[in-house]
Design a protein around this ligand. Structure first.
Ligand SMILES: [Zn+2]
Length: 81
């Protein structure tokens, strides 16, 4: 393992593939509970990443991947039995 990593790797919450932060868009949970895109990547709060790809955005919406990753509903840990 002598490869140098130019940038940190994060996992896209939609397709679960890893990618460099440069290829991903960060989303943060605002104090009010809304999920907001964070183009600067520096907004405070819990963050989740998605590929900058319409397909992943659609998948995330459909699967509520962002909501899950950001734990918008913290009443239960597992949603499906
Ligand atoms: Zn993805």
């Amino acid at each position: 393992m002598s490869k140098t990593r130019a940038e940190p790797v994060r996992t896209c919450v939609a397709c679960r593939l890893e990618a460099g932060k440069g290829a991903l868009v960060r989303f943060v949970r605002e104090p009010g509970g809304a999920v907001q895109e964070d183009p600067s990547g520096r907004a405070p709060g819990r963050g989740a990443y998605l590929h900058d790809d319409p397909e992943c955005r659609r998948l995330a919406l459909k699967k509520r991947s962002l909501e899950r990753a950001l734990r918008l509903r913290s009443t239960e840990k597992g949603d499906n039995p």
